[in-house]
Design a protein around this ligand. Structure first.
Ligand SMILES: Cc1cc2nc3c(=O)[nH]c(=O)nc-3n(C[C@H](O)[C@H](O)[C@H](O)COP(=O)(O)OP(=O)(O)OC[C@H]3O[C@@H](n4cnc5c(N)ncnc54)[C@H](O)[C@@H]3O)c2cc1C
Length: 394
């Protein structure tokens, strides 16, 4: 049996941030980290961006070992007993803890058509596999027009690969961007040489010669050597469910990252938390880096005895060829949007409004405005669309 003051289940960015947070408060308590991947924690965002632009792979590693945490890698925790303060992994090793953090993140959503040929892009292994398969001359089919699909398609195209996107929606990033911006992005990707098949999803796959025939929802087919999908994630909540923790679109935590069981915390992509910045009663589950870092740290501080509220309003960012953005708050395309372009679709700000309040801001090729956007979201309003022109410097 292994015994730790703090046990962290999960080996991602949240896990690392939590270990660092614990060490800010407690220099001596022992930290154990169990991660299912064979690697120590690393930054995921470069897997679909910087590594394709020439950044070295060594740049992704986080410095978890410097916290003194003992890392048990390539192992999956299969059961936790919050009352007994134990966790068990897939080889039967039992870990005793005083405080436990669930930082299990999410699993890629999969297509009904079962096939190992599809790379559901999430991990360093997926990156290696894609890099290995997508050599010169490879035809690449990218399924899904959200965040990951759009980034991977751009990354492959920038390697001069032949890329086709199958996107069930009418535009790119349709859940986040206003309709005119999603339509612009489709044209922009076409202009970059990506074959855009909009309103078309994948239904099946069949090996034909050295390639895959991808069948689509319109009954058509396309041939590709590489099939990669970005369809979002589902939070990895099985452990929490099995242990009787409250789960509702993620593991439900309070303002201090505590779950419904004493001494058990959750943070990062898997956690569902209240966010006062968007109004009392608003709950979020955020699948982005800033949240993983900030929430992981706060969970670590609190596990080690602090009482720090997690009131941070996270932002996220993405790069699509030469375009890039940062987004703060609730950027949901179903909200009322007000665009304030300096140059249409190239540079500007899109505001998201609900009941006269700004709920979110999309900072499109507009940098250094995240804190100003947070301040605007905190203002009670009411705002009329005209009030927002020039509100954030573009
Ligand atoms: C390719 C890619 C690009 C991204 N780019 C951006 C970006 O540009 N901007 C941005 O804001 N965000 C980005 N993100 C999102 C960001 O990386 C995630 O929000 C962040 O990784 C979440 O960290 P996490 O530690 O909470 O969860 P995860 O990263 O999912 O890590 C969870 C870890 O726990 C392990 N695990 C799960 N269950 C168990 C178990 N039972 N036992 C042991 N280990 C377990 C998993 O194997 C995994 O290693 C990107 C994500 C990907 C995949």
């Amino acid at each position: 049996m292994l015994q730790y003051t703090y046990l962290i289940v999960g080996g991602g960015m949240t896990a690392d941030a939590a270990a660092q947070g614990i060490r800010e408060v407690d220099a001596n308590g022992t930290i154990g980290l169990v991660g299912a991947e064979p690697h120590p924690p690393y930054n995921r965002p470069p897997l679909s961006k910087a590594l394709w632009k020439g950044d070295p792979e060594e740049s992704i590693w986080r410095k978890t070992a410097a916290t003194g945490a003992q890392l048990t890698l390539g192992r999956r925790v299969t059961a936790i007993d919050p009352r007994g303060h134990t966790a068990t992994d897939d080889r039967g090793t039992v870990y005793r803890f005083e405080k436990l953090l669930l930082a299990t993140g999410g699993l890629p959503r999969r297509l009904p058509a079962q096939s190992d040929a599809v790379i559901y892009f999430r991990t360093l292994e997926d990156y290696h596999r894609l890099r290995g398969l997508a050599g010169e001359g490879a035809r690449c089919a990218v399924i899904g027009g959200g965040f990951i699909g759009s980034e991977i398609a751009a990354a492959l195209r920038m390697q001069s690969r032949d890329v086709t996107m199958l996107v069930p929606e009418a535009g790119l990033g349709a859940r986040v961007f206003p309709a005119d911006l999603t339509a612009f992005l489709v044209d922009y990707y076409r202009h970059k040489g990506v074959l855009m098949r909009m309103g078309e999803g994948m239904t099946g796959l069949e090996q034909r010669g050295g390639a895959w025939a991808v069948r689509t929802t319109t009954g058509a087919e396309l041939m590709a050597e590489v099939v990669v999908a970005g369809l979002g994630i589902v939070p990895a909540v099985e452990l929490a469910q099995q242990a009787g923790l409250r789960v509702e679109n993620g593991i439900v935590v309070d303002a201090f990252c505590r779950t419904s069981q004493p001494d058990v915390y959750a943070a990062g992509d898997v956690a569902n938390f209240a966010n006062r910045a968007l109004g009392e009663g608003t709950r979020l589950r955020v699948e982005h880096e800033d949240n993983a870092n900030a929430m992981g740290r706060v969970a670590g501080l609190n596990m080690a005895g602090r009482a720090t509220r997690y009131d941070h309003l996270p932002f996220f960012y993405s790069d699509l060829f030469e375009l890039g953005y940062e987004a703060v708050g609730d950027v949901d395309a179903r909200l009322e949007t007000v665009a304030d372009w300096k140059e249409p679709f190239r540079e500007g700000v899109v505001y998201y409004l609900k009941d006269g309040r700004v709920r979110g801001a999309l900072l499109w090729n507009t940098w250094g405005q995240v804190d100003h956007a947070r301040a605007l979201i905190a203002e009670p309003g009411p705002f009329r669309p005209g009030d927002l022109k020039g509100r954030l410097p573009r």
